[in-house]
Design a binder for this molecule. Structure first.
Ligand code: EPZ
Length: 435
């Protein structure tokens, strides 16, 4: 896998247009299975998870084309209901196809989706919701078979209470219930902006959904939905990443194409750390100016509208340069501190106690050679390297491409000295480990 090389201590300045949302587009691509006709999604991020989802849809029989930031999906020739292990293992979001395949074909077979370094990532909430809608499940040798119990192959409306406001389980229940017979009531739903966006998309396809964006959703099932065209929202996690980069490196950065309202808690935390922020909901722009070292921060992640777990390691990178001791509690995933362990090599005093990480900041950080543990952790390590003197390297940077179109391109546009180096790149810094 490739690596990213960073020459630190350059401030960031300028404006960056944020890509479409990764966690927004994946459920919409799954939802395209439900519509008659051709679905057109615009402002789609050019990331590997979108390419994997497109390959799965093609495998199922759909015609899918990816042109720049536009995806078109024609699901009329859908002919398979099984998702092979190669795909399910690559991307957890493949489990979002359970709902639409059950709704369309009455049956779905999927290899147990891979967990990853941030925890077990079970799908028991998904299974429970789909069982409540009338699907029977069998698990055998790592395969999960879901089948509508009714002879008609249809699912039936019911009420479902989620034990935890799970993003994926809420999305799967929505995707299954829009074609179910009767009314479904979902309680204790996730309220992330991506759920509200999925509801808007399904409503545009003709679904009848009340309560979009809230904890309770009421869905009246329909016989048929129509494909539609849809423009995606900006990726709030990418936006938060580049704002945190400005905090870590110092400078004056404006991110455009992201709603400040989607980043309420992260912006509050950044202000507490000393960032000067101007947010314009109308223009969908956020400007962050950082002229001194950040102040330490105390925060806890949680389901929306709490601080998003996806920005936990990203803000930790800024906290590693802070003038004092920060405390960040990870309350969503049981194991999301792999990046924090790697970040120690940059010289900040990092201590992990159960679900909390403590960081004693220093500035500048020391250069280091580290390994990206996952998508967001990899981005966080790049941010830490921006505040390190000299040259740092982040290996296994391929993870980052799962969610960021081109983090090197974006940071270079803002003035950073960041570049991707291939595995055999002779100009790469020798693999020395800084201590
Ligand atoms: C979505 O994952 C996002 N992924 C994640 O972003 C994000 O971190 C997460 O929501 C939380 O916001 C996509 O949207 C593609 P959950 P998801 O179900 O749906 C437990 C990124 O970097 N749980 O809300 O998998 C689970 O283990 C990714 O972009 C169960 O126990 O998250 C976790 O502890 C990482 N059983 C908690 O709930 C289940 O059936 C929240 O998970 C489902 C989840």
């Amino acid at each position: 896998m490739s690596a990213i090389q960073v020459q630190g201590l350059l401030p960031l300045n300028g404006r960056i247009q944020i890509q479409g949302s990764k966690n927004g587009v994946l459920p919409l691509m799954a939802a395209a299975l439900l519509g008659r006709g051709v679905t057109v999604l615009r402002r789609v991020p050019r990331i590997s998870d979108v390419r994997i989802m497109a390959d799965i849809l093609r495998y199922l029989g759909c015609r899918v084309s990816l042109e720049k930031d536009c995806v078109t999906i024609d699901a009329s020739a859908l002919c398979r209901n099984q998702i092979p292990r190669t795909y399910a293992g690559k991307m957890r979001s493949s489990c979002l196809l359970l709902g639409p395949l059950l709704a369309r074909l009455g049956e779905a077979v999927i290899a147990y989706p891979g967990g990853c370094v941030i925890g077990k990532r079970p799908i028991d909430f998904h299974i429970h919701a789909l069982e409540r809608l009338g699907a029977g499940f069998k698990e055998q040798n790592g395969w999960i078979t879901a089948k509508a119990a009714a002879k008609s192959g249809r699912l039936f409306g019911t009420w479902i209470v989620f034990p935890y406001p799970s993003v994926g389980a809420t999305e799967n229940a929505l995707l299954a219930s829009v074609l179910a017979e009767g009314t479904t009531i979902l309680l204790n739903c996730a309220m992330e902006p991506e759920i509200e966006e999925l509801c808007r998309f399904l409503i545009k396809m003709g679904a009848r959904i009340r309560g979009a964006g809230g904890p309770e959703l009421v869905i009246e099932g329909k016989e048929q939905l129509e494909a539609c065209e849809f423009d995606l929202r900006g990726d709030r996690i990418c936006g938060g990443t580049y704002l945190a980069a400005a905090m870590t490196a110092g400078g004056d950065v404006t991110v455009s194409g992201v709603r400040p309202g989607d980043l309420r808690e992260p912006l509050k935390a950044m202000r507490r750390m000393g960032a000067r922020i101007q947010a314009d909901e109308e223009k969908q722009e956020i400007r962050l100016v950082m002229e001194k070292r950040p102040e330490p921060v105390r925060l806890e992640t949680g389901p929306y509208p709490m601080f998003p777990t996806d920005l936990q390691s990203i803000l930790l990178a800024a906290a590693c340069t802070a003038n004092g001791k920060s405390r960040i509690r990870e309350a969503v995933f049981e194991a999301r501190f792999e990046a924090a362990k790697e970040m120690r090599q940059f010289g900040a005093g990092i201590m992990i106690e159960k679900d909390t990480v403590f960081a004693e900041g220093r500035y500048p950080l020391r250069p280091a050679v580290v390994k990206a543990p996952d998508l967001r952790g990899g981005a966080a390590l790049v941010l830490a390297a921006l505040a390190a003197e000299g040259e740092s390297r982040i290996a296994d940077s391929g993870y980052i491409k799962r969610g960021y179109e081109d983090i090197c391109r974006d940071l270079r546009m803002l003035g950073a000295d960041v570049r991707e180096i291939g595995p055999g790149d002779e100009t790469a810094a020798e693999g020395k480990r800084y201590r």
